[in-house]
Design a binder for this molecule. Structure first.
Ligand code: NOJ
Length: 512
């Protein structure tokens, strides 16, 4: 996640933004659960590049993060990489124990494409990769925990990047072949699949200097990339329906990310319109084609990018067009919606109607800010606004339908590098957000699961090891990468077991 702000400003607001907005979100039905329903699932998440290490072990080839951290170390705040990171590859048994200790119902992890298929293509399977993920799945299942696989958590094979990466339309079919092999290898035991993690992050940040592979062509490559991801997602979903659904019976979704946005000035029509339009340009970029009743790109997005492209003398819109067949294939290609959410921003229009050079940010044309009264975390933009998640859940219900099952695939607190194991701020964040999720459910939202991000401190992409999101502390200075439960791990265990948030709960030990 990253700010896509055109400019950044801080606001000391005199408006009670959230209060004003909340009145727009009328509950459609009411339950009165004081605890999460029995069928509700809690889990924790990790990703291959951030946790596994073993970057070149037993046949694994480099992905774009291996390549860029080795070749452009200056791109990472502390010049680090994830060659070893938590050493999760070598500490599998121990880590599954840590997960089980939390008493969670599910474990969300991603598979490393180049550990399984070093060429990028499925022509060559790496037996060690298959062995490793079989072991992950079997150990998780042995603990009675449901494995959830993310197929793509940002680590594209470098060999495929050499062909243009996601801007190359051919990658859609290459991804489908990869997905097909994943279903064939693991689908007998894995029943919950996510195609792409944070597709808008993948495409925005690859072209704006924030994430590997650190390309230019912002506002052009950005949409070519998004187009390929959407086509790949739709085709993967259809393939599963045709070939595996009957025998494997699993479910498939995408994990889309969004912050919540409030108008900077709640009584300004222009600011409210900015919020509405930005939701279409950002969250709607991937969610509208898949989850709306009409499919295709959101008309707001289509109109804006077509208009700006024309004004910039492009002969074609920088936002590609789907064929009719593709629109159909992509529309409705889901069993659930994965939602990654962390924080809230205020929005106002940037007012630059036709920017001279193309970029995603200038197409979006908004100024992002945050209220100085909002509580800070270790990451300057990840402020704590628990109500934001509830308003977002209602936005999704109202915009796309309350019937869509939502899995909160990520939500978590960004601790500073200096954070110790008495992480009371994380506990406050977690209690606040989870309580709001329960309230949203009581108000008619169809949330089926909540996955805390993340199991343990790990490599936080361009921020290296300077931020800590984990329930377990990892000592990156010890060869053993010693893991120690933070206070929040015990609080989360209590939430999982009791299905309730208890602000007075004071943990000493894990409950056995
Ligand atoms: C987004 C990503 O999915 C995850 O990899 C990252 O660590 C967290 N959110 C926090 O930035």
């Amino acid at each position: 996640m990253m700010i896509t702000a055109y400019f950044w400003l801080f606001t000391l607001s005199f408006y009670c933004h959230l209060f004003v907005t909340s009145s727009r979100h009328k509950p459609i039905s009411t339950h009165n659960y004081s605890a999460f329903p029995d069928e509700f699932k809690f889990g924790v998440g990790t990703s291959a590049y951030q946790n596994e290490g073993a970057w070149n072990t037993s046949g694994k080839s480099p992905n774009i993060w291996d390549f860029s951290t080795h070749n452009q170390p200056e791109k990472i705040l502390d010049r680090s990489n994830a060659d070893i990171t938590c050493d999760g590859y070598n500490k599998l048994e121990e880590d599954i124990e840590l997960i089980a200790q939390l008493k969670v119902h599910c474990y969300r992890f991603s598979v490393s494409w180049t550990r399984l298929f070093p060429m990028g293509y499925v022509t060559t399977v790496n037996p060690d990769g298959v062995r490793y993920y079989n072991k992950v799945i079997d150990l998780v299942l042995a603990k009675n925990i449901t494995p959830m696989i993310t197929m793509y958590h940002w680590d594209l094979p470098q060999s495929l990047q050499n062909l243009g990466g996601w801007a190359n339309p051919k990658l859609a079919n290459i991804f489908v072949e990869y997905a097909d092999r994943l279903f064939a290898l693991f689908g007998d035991r894995v029943k919950v699949w996510t195609t792409f993690n944070e597709p808008s992050h993948i495409c925005k940040n690859a072209y704006n200097g924030f994430s590997a592979p650190y390309l230019s062509e912002d506002g052009i490559g950005t949409y070519l990339c998004g187009h390929t991801l959407l086509r790949a997602h739709g085709k993967t979903y259809r393939l599963y329906q045709r070939k595996y659904k009957k025998t494997q019976g699993g479910s498939i979704g995408i994990a889309a990310e969004t912050d919540w946005y409030e108008p900077l000035n709640a009584s300004s029509v222009a600011d409210r319109r900015s919020v509405r339009d930005y939701m279409e340009m950002n969250f709607g970029w991937f969610v509208h084609p898949i989850y709306s009743k009409t499919g295709d790109y959101s008309p707001v997005m289509r109109k804006r990018i077509d208009f700006v492209s024309r004004a910039q003398n492009f002969t074609h819109s920088r936002l590609p067009r789907f064929t009719k067949q593709e629109i159909k294939e992509i529309r409705g290609s889901y069993d659930y919606l994965g939602l990654n959410h962390y924080t809230t921003f205020l929005l106002t229009a940037a007012g630059q109607n036709v920017p001279a050079t193309p970029s995603y940010a200038s197409d979006a044309n908004v100024l992002l800010s945050q209220d100085r009264l909002w509580e800070l975390t270790g990451w300057e933009n990840f402020v704590v606004v628990p109500e934001g998640i509830r308003y977002l859940l209602h936005y999704i219900g109202q915009r796309y339908g309350y019937d869509i099952p939502i899995s909160i695939t990520e939500n978590g607190y960004a601790g500073a590098a200096s954070e110790d194991i008495n992480d009371d701020n994380r506990i406050k964040y977690m209690n606040g957000y989870i309580q709001q999720v329960l309230q949203a459910i009581n108000e008619g939202s169809n949330v089926v699961s909540y996955i805390y991000w993340t199991l343990m401190d790990n490599f936080e992409w361009s921020r290296g090891y300077t931020l800590k999101f984990g329930l377990y502390h990892v000592d990156f200075l010890s060869a053993n990468r010693t893991r120690t439960p933070k206070k929040s791990a015990k609080v989360f265990q209590n939430i999982v077991v009791t299905k309730q948030v208890d602000n007075t709960f004071d943990p000493v030990e894990f409950v056995h």
